[in-house]
Design a protein. Structure first.
Lengths: 290, 401, 338
C-alpha cells in the first residue's frame, strides 16, 4: 500500500503539473483581459497536433518540436486575440465567453475535417525507461513532463517579475487605463498575454499528447477543467491556479486510489463547491466577490 | 411595441414556413443522387455521427458504405424480380447527440423517403431513433452501436448488424482457458456498453472458475490510468481484461507498458486490434490478444475490398461492418421481391442467412445477430488470426504469458 | 387612433394564431418534428431567461433541472402509473424543489462564481442520474416512455398531434413569464439585475427575489423536461450535458437576452440553422462555429437587437429603445477583475 501511495503522490503531481500549464495561461487571460476563453482546450489540441506532425512526420527532435510548437501556437494565439477578442474588448464577459465557444467549435471541427478523427501517438525519446525513486519505479517520461512543466512555470514567473514585458503585464493587470497613460501599448500587451497563454496550452498538449494519444476531441475536457481549476484557485491568480491544479490532480488520483475512477468527475465538482462555500472567491481570489 | 413584435413573430413564422417548404421542394426535385440513366433507385438513409468526439466509427463505416453502394451499382444493381435498381445513399450527421439523430431520422424517413435507415454511432442516438423507425414502420439497422439495451427495447423494426458483445462472451471464456488464466483484473467503461459487458463477463467467468480479483469502472472520457494500473499491479492478477473503446484502450495499453506492467492486456470489447497496431509501435502491442470482429482480414474478399480504399492499411472492422450492412440490405431486398414494401423488407432482413465479410448473419426474434468473432493475437506488430476450432500454437502462448 | 391600433394588433394576433394552428396540417412530419423541438426549447429557454435575462444570474444548472423534470415524469408514469397530467405537475414540483436546494447554495455567489457553482450542480445532477441505474436506468436511459393519453380524438403518438401540447405549453410559458415580469416581484428582479446594491438600498429583499426567480425558472424547466420525455419517449443522461447548457445560453444570448421574444428567436434560429446546414454535412459544425463567433462579434445584442437597430435606422426615431445588456454588465466585469 505504501508503494501505491508514493506512486499516487507522483501521479498526482504529474497530472497536477499538466493542469497547471493549462490553468496558468487561462488565468492570465482572465486576470488581465477579463476573457473566459473556453477555446483554451483547442489550443492545447493544436499543440498536440503540431508536436505530432513535427516529431512523427518530419522526424524533428521531441524537445525542439515542443519549442517550435510553443512559438507557432503562440503566434497563432496572438492573431486570434487581434482578430476575435480585440473587437470584443468592450463586450460583456458572457458574450466573449460565448464567442470563445464558437471559436472552439470552429477549430475542433476544422481539425477534424482536415486531419480526420484518427488517434495519433507521439514518439517520446525515453519511452519505456524508468528510474527508481523511494523504492518505487517511476517512468522517465513522467519525470520529464514534471520537470519541463516546473521549468516553464518558473520561466513564466521570472518573465512576469523581472522583465520589462512582465512589468507592463503587471501594470496592465492592476489598472489598464493608468498603464496606457504610462505609455504601455495595451494592444500589444493583450496580444502577448494571449500568445503566452496559447503557447503554454500548446506545450501542455504536446506533453500530454506524448503521454496519451492525440486526437481532435482531446481538448474538450482539459479546457473545461482549466476553467474549474482557475475558479477554484481564484480567478486571475497565478499562484491560485498552480495550487488549484495540484488539488485537482491529487483529488483525481486519490479518488482512484481509495474509491473508484468513475467518481473522479463527481469528486472534482464537490471539492469545487466546498472550497467556494468556505472561500467564496476561490483560494487566492481577491476579496471583492460582487 | 407589441404590434412590432407580433409582426416580427408573424414574419419569422412565415420565413420558417417558406424555408421549409423551399427545402422539401428542392430535395424532391433536385435528386442529387444523379443516377441519370433513368434506372430506378432505392434510397437508403444513413444517420451516423461524422463530427464530434465519436466521429471516427461513423466516418469509417460511412466510407465503406459508399464504396459498397458503388460496387453494387456498377455490377448491375439490386435485382428485384426482372428489374434492377440502384442504391442511393442519403447521409446526415448525428453529432453523437440524440436530438440531432431524431431530426435526421425524421428527415430521412419523411422527406427523403428512404426505404431503410442505418444508424447510429452511439447507443443513445440509436435508442432515440428506434421509436421513430418503429412508428413509421421503417426497417432500421445498426452497423456500429452495439449495446444490448437496443435489442432489449423490443422493437420490431430494429435489427442489430453490429457485433454483439453478448455473443462474444463465450469467446472470452475460451480465451482465458486457452492461456490457462485463473485470476483476472477487469477494467471496464461505466457506460451502457461497458456495464452490460462487465455483468455478462462476471457471470460467465464465475461459471468457469475464473476469478475476477480486481474490477473497476471508469468514464469513457478518462485518459489517465496510472493509479488504476498501480492498483492492478498490487493484486495477483495474471491478465488485465479491458472493456473499453479504442480511444481509452490505446491510452490504457500505452500507460501499462510505460509503467512496466508485466502482465498482458486483453481486449474485451471486440475492439479494433487493426487500429491499435497502427497507432502504437510494436513494442507496446506485442502480446495483445483480442476478439477481432473483422473476420479473416487475410482472406481474398477482404483484400479485394481493402484495395478500393486510398489507404488500404487503414481499413478496420467498422469499414467491414458498414460494407456488410449494405450488402445485407441488397440481399434482403432481392429476397423480399419488392423495392417499395417496407414490411416485406423487414421480414426479409430478419430472415437473413447472409455471408458477409465479418461472418454469417442470422438474427433471432430480438434482432440480435450471431456473428462470431475470431481471436487475434498481435506478435511483433502483426496480427495472427485463429478461428474457434484452430489451436493456438503453444510457443505463441508461452511467449505471451 | 388607439382603437385602430388595437384592431390591427388583434388581427395580427389572429393571423399568428391561425398560422400556428395550421402548421401541422401544412407541413410534413419532419418539419413538424423540428418545430416541436423548437417549441420544447422555447419553454426551456424562456424559463432560463427568467433567471438569466431578467434577474441577471448566469445559470448553468438549468439543464440539470430540465433532466430532473424529464426523469421524474417518466419514472412516475412508468413505475407508479401516475396519470400524465399529475406526473407533469409533480415533475414541476420536483424540479422546483431541487432548484430551491441548488439556489440555497448557489445564490450565495454572484457573477462567474454563481455560473461555475451552477455548472458544477448541473454536472452533479447528471452524474448522479448516470450512477443510479436502478432508478434511472443509468447510462442506458429510460425507453418506451408512454405518450400522453388520447383526448378529443388527438393521438399524441403522432408528431403532428403532439404539436398542440407543445404549442399550448410554449404559449402558456411565454405568457406566464411576460405576466411575471409585470408584477412587483418581476420588477424587483429587473432591479436586482440592473444594480443589486441599489436594489438592496431601496428595500428590496434581493435574496428572496433571486430565490423566487430561480425556483420558478426551475419549475418551468421541469415542465419542459416532462414534455421532452413524453415527446421523445426516450431519455438518457447524454442529453443533459454541459454542452447542452451552453446551447441553451447561446439561444438566449443570440436571440436577445432579457426580452420576451429574444429566446423564441434564439431557439428557432439555433435549431433551424443546423437543420438547414444538413446538406453540407461535414462542414456543418465548422460553419456553425464561425457563424457563432460572427454573431457575437457583430450582433452583441442578439437577433432582436439587430432587428431593432435596423428598424430604428429606418425610422430614425426620436425615442431610444431601452438597451438591455446581457446578464453580466460592465460593472461586474470591472469588479471581477483585479
Amino acid at each position: 500500500m505504501s508503494e501505491q501511495i508514493i506512486q499516487a503522490l507522483i501521479n498526482g503531481l504529474v497530472s497536477g503539473s499538466i493542469y497547471a500549464l493549462m490553468a496558468v495561461g487561462f488565468t492570465l487571460v482572465f486576470g488581465i483581459m477579463h476573457v473566459i476563453n473556453l477555446a483554451h482546450g483547442e489550443l492545447y489540441m493544436l499543440g498536440g497536433f503540431s508536436t505530432f506532425f513535427m516529431v512523427s512526420i518530419y522526424q524533428i527532435n521531441f524537445f525542439v518540436a515542443l519549442i517550435a510548437t510553443l512559438i507557432i501556437i503562440g503566434v497563432f494565439g496572438f492573431f486570434i486575440e487581434k482578430i476575435i477578442f480585440k473587437p470584443l474588448r468592450n463586450a460583456s464577459l458572457l458574450n466573449t465567453l460565448l464567442a470563445s465557444i464558437g471559436l472552439s467549435l470552429f477549430i475542433s471541427n476544422l481539425v477534424l475535417k482536415l486531419a480526420g478523427s484518427d488517434m495519433r501517438n507521439i514518439e517520446f525519446p525515453f519511452s519505456g525507461q524508468s528510474i527508481s525513486i523511494l523504492g518505487t519505479s517511476v517512468s522517465v517520461h513522467r519525470i520529464v513532463v514534471l520537470l519541463l512543466t516546473a521549468f516553464l512555470v518558473c520561466l513564466l514567473g521570472w518573465v512576469i517579475k523581472y522583465t520589462k514585458v512582465g512589468k507592463a503585464l503587471r501594470a496592465t493587470a492592476q489598472d489598464t487605463d493608468a498603464a496606457a497613460l504610462m505609455g504601455v501599448n495595451i494592444n500589444l500587451i493583450y496580444g502577448i498575454i494571449f500568445a503566452i497563454s496559447a503557447g503554454l496550452a500548446a506545450v501542455a498538449g504536446g506533453l500530454i499528447g506524448s503521454l496519451y494519444v492525440v486526437d481532435p476531441s482531446m481538448g474538450m475536457m482539459p479546457g473545461m477543467k482549466a476553467f474549474i481549476i482557475v475558479i477554484l484557485g481564484g480567478m486571475g491568480s497565478v499562484v491560485g491556479a498552480l495550487l488549484g491544479a495540484l488539488i485537482f490532480g491529487y483529488a483525481e488520483t486519490f479518488t482512484t486510489l481509495f474509491l473508484e475512477s468513475s467518481y473522479q468527475e463527481l469528486v472534482g465538482f464537490i471539492i469545487l463547491i466546498l472550497v467556494l462555500l468556505f472561500k467564496p472567491s476561490g483560494l487566492f481570489g481577491g476579496v471583492n466577490t460582487k | 411595441m407589441g404590434k412590432r413584435k407580433l409582426s416580427l413573430l408573424a414574419g419569422l413564422m412565415a420565413f420558417v414556413l417558406l424555408v421549409f417548404t423551399g427545402c422539401s421542394g428542392s430535395s424532391e426535385t433536385g435528386g442529387k443522387g444523379g443516377s441519370g440513366d433513368g434506372g430506378d433507385t432505392i434510397k437508403i438513409g444513413i444517420a451516423v455521427a461524422t463530427s464530434g468526439a465519436i466521429a471516427k466509427t461513423g466516418q469509417d463505416s460511412l466510407a465503406a458504405q459508399r464504396v459498397a453502394v458503388e460496387e453494387i451499382n456498377e455490377s448491375g444493381g439490386v435485382k428485384i424480380g426482372d428489374k434492377s435498381y440502384k442504391f442511393e445513399l442519403v447521409h446526415y450527421d448525428t453529432e453523437g447527440k440524440a436530438e440531432s439523430a431524431t431530426a435526421a431520422t425524421e428527415r430521412l424517413i419523411q422527406q427523403d423517403k428512404v426505404m431503410a435507415v442505418i444508424g447510429a454511432s452511439t447507443s443513445t442516438e440509436t435508442a432515440a431513433m428506434i421509436p421513430i423507425a418503429e412508428r413509421n414502420k421503417t426497417p432500421m439497422l445498426t452497423a456500429v452501436a452495439a449495446a444490448p439495451v437496443l435489442t432489449n427495447m423490443g422493437a420490431n423494426y430494429f435489427t442489430s448488424a453490429s457485433s454483439q458483445t453478448i455473443m462474444a462472451i463465450q469467446k472470452y471464456v475460451d480465451g482465458m482457458k486457452n492461456f490457462d488464466y485463473k485470476k483476472v483484473a477487469m477494467l471496464h467503461f461505466n457506460d451502457e456498453f461497458g456495464m452490460a459487458t462487465a455483468e455478462a463477463v462476471n457471470k460467465a467467468f464465475a461459471e468457469n472458475d475464473i476469478e475476477i480479483v480486481f474490477q473497476e469502472a471508469f468514464a469513457p472520457t478518462q485518459h489517465e490510468f496510472g493509479t488504476m494500473l498501480d492498483k492492478v499491479a498490487a493484486t495477483d492478477a495474471e491478465v488485465i481484461f479491458a472493456v473499453a473503446q479504442i480511444e481509452s484502450f490505446v491510452n490504457l495499453l500505452k500507460q501499462a507498458k510505460e509503467k512496466g506492467i508485466k502482465i498482458p492486456v486483453r481486449d474485451g470489447a471486440g475492439g479494433a486490434l487493426e487500429e491499435m497496431i497502427k497507432i502504437l509501435p510494436p513494442e507496446y502491442t506485442h502480446g495483445l490478444v483480442g476478439g477481432s470482429r473483422s473476420g479473416r482480414v487475410d482472406a481474398e474478399d477482404h483484400k479485394a475490398f481493402r484495395a478500393k480504399f486510398e489507404e488500404p492499411e487503414l481499413v478496420n472492422s467498422f469499414h467491414y461492418s458498414g460494407r456488410d450492412s449494405i450488402y445485407l440490405l441488397k440481399d434482403a431486398f432481392e429476397r423480399a421481391g419488392s423495392a417499395t414494401d417496407k414490411e416485406k423488407l423487414q421480414e426479409a432482413i430478419r430472415a437473413s442467412n447472409f455471408d458477409g465479410l465479418m461472418g454469417n448473419y442470422q438474427f433471432n426474434e430480438k434482432g440480435e445477430n450471431s456473428i462470431k468473432s475470431i481471436t487475434g493475437i498481435v506478435l511483433d506488430g502483426e496480427i495472427h488470426y485463429y478461428e474457434k476450432d484452430e489451436d493456438i500454437p503453444q510457443d505463441v502462448i508461452d511467449s505471451i504469458r | 387612433m388607439t382603437k385602430n391600433l388595437n384592431a390591427k394588433k388583434l388581427s395580427l394576433i389572429a393571423l399568428c394564431a391561425i398560422i400556428l394552428l395550421v402548421i401541422p396540417i401544412l407541413l410534413g412530419d419532419y418539419h413538424v418534428h423540428v418545430i416541436n423541438q423548437i417549441g420544447i426549447f422555447i419553454i426551456l429557454v424562456t424559463s432560463l431567461n427568467l433567471i438569466l435575462g431578467y434577474t441577471g444570474q448566469l445559470s448553468f444548472a438549468h439543464i440539470g433541472l430540465f433532466a430532473i423534470g424529464a426523469y421524474t415524469s417518466s419514472i412516475l408514469m412508468m413505475t407508479y402509473n401516475v396519470p400524465f397530467l399529475l406526473s407533469l405537475l409533480l415533475s414541476m414540483v420536483a424540479s422546483a424543489f431541487f432548484g430551491l436546494l441548488v439556489g440555497l447554495i448557489a445564490l450565495r455567489f454572484t457573477t462567474h462564481f454563481f455560473a461555475i457553482v451552477t455548472l458544477a450542480f448541473g454536472e452533479i445532477i447528471r452524474l448522479i442520474i448516470y450512477n443510479m441505474p436502478d432508478l434511472t436506468g443509468g447510462p442506458n436511459g429510460i425507453y418506451n416512455i408512454p405518450f400522453p393519453p388520447n383526448v378529443f380524438g388527438l393521438d399524441f403518438s403522432q408528431r403532428s398531434h403532439f404539436y398542440y401540447i407543445i404549442l399550448i405549453g410554449a404559449v402558456a410559458t411565454v405568457l406566464f413569464v411576460k405576466y411575471m415580469i409585470g408584477t412587483r416581484t418581476g420588477k424587483a428582479m429587473i432591479a436586482v439585475r440592473e444594480n443589486e446594491t441599489f436594489a438592496q438600498f431601496i428595500g428590496i429583499n434581493t435574496w428572496k427575489v433571486k430565490m423566487i426567480s430561480f425556483t420558478l425558472s426551475a419549475a418551468l424547466a421541469g415542465f419542459a423536461g416532462s414534455i421532452y420525455a413524453h415527446y421523445n419517449s426516450y431519455i438518457s443522461p447524454y442529453s443533459f450535458t454541459m454542452m447542452e447548457s451552453v446551447t441553451l445560453l447561446l439561444m438566449v444570448i443570440i436571440g436577445g437576452v432579457g426580452t420576451i421574444f429574444g429566446p423564441i428567436l434564439g431557439a428557432a434560429f439555433l435549431i433551424t440553422l443546423p437543420e438547414l446546414l444538413r446538406d453540407v454535412n461535414e462542414w456543418r459544425l465548422v460553419i456553425f462555429g464561425a457563424l457563432l463567433v460572427l454573431t457575437i462579434m457583430f450582433m452583441p445584442k442578439g437577433l432582436l437587437g439587430l432587428f431593432k437597430s435596423i428598424q430604428e435606422k429606418v425610422k430614425s426615431s426620436k425615442k431610444p429603445v431601452s438597451n438591455i445588456d446581457s446578464g453580466l454588465g460592465e460593472e461586474e466585469r470591472k469588479s471581477v477583475g483585479s
